[in-house]
Design a protein. Structure first.
Length: 196
């Protein structure tokens, strides 16, 4: 008599999710260390311990993997950022710098790539998400008039953008602590200026 293996739909679904998560985690680690062009589907499959075809079955293409990684990063980033109490400037900056310490360099490598067609969409979404978070964190200290509020949000965005982190950490070689202090001073200055 032939033994059969039975699967419940739940355990099969859990296995699919676990495989997808493993692929995303492996791809994320590779994209943090290497440029988009240097990461192959074969390398992602090897790092995830799955076949090349399994990666394709889950994501269809390298760009699909990138979109999966972007979704995971967005969820992680928002979770860490929203752990901060609204109005806590040092805490907010610390959370941002923590994100940038992990993904900032990869952001620049991805931005330099001309082989990622959806990059513009990803960046636009990241900017919108960042501005929503800024309003959630500092909304009670922003001007009430729409034009002044918009200007203040744009100024806060500029002061907390990954490009500022890159300037301070990579170009000027400041420590993480000095970078956090500088970005905190910028945010405090903008918030003080909006109350005038």
């Amino acid at each position: 008599m032939k033994a059969t293996r039975t699967y419940t739909m739940g355990s099969r679904a859990d296995a699919v999710v676990a495989t997808r998560d493993r692929i995303v985690a492996a791809a994320r680690a590779l994209f943090i260390e290497h440029s988009y062009e240097d990461v192959t589907l074969a390398a992602i499959a090897k790092a995830a311990g799955v076949s090349h075809q399994t990666v394709l079955n889950h994501f269809e293409s390298k760009e699909g993997v990138v979109l999966g990684v972007a979704d995971a990063l967005r969820a992680d980033t928002l979770s860490a950022r929203y752990d901060v109490q609204p109005g806590d400037v040092p805490g907010a900056v610390r959370a941002l710098v923590g994100d940038y310490e992990t993904m900032g360099d990869a952001n620049f490598r991805w931005a330099a790539s001309d082989r990622l067609p959806t990059l513009g969409e990803l960046l636009d979404e990241a900017r919108r998400t960042h501005q929503v978070w800024l309003v959630d964190m500092f909304g009670d200290r922003l001007p009430a008039t729409p034009a002044a509020r918009k200007r203040a949000v744009h100024a806060l965005h500029a002061a907390t953008d990954v490009y500022v982190w890159k300037l301070l950490r990579r170009d000027l070689h400041l420590s993480r602590t000095e970078t956090e202090k500088t970005m905190t001073d910028l945010v405090v200055g903008i918030l003080k200026g909006t109350t005038r």
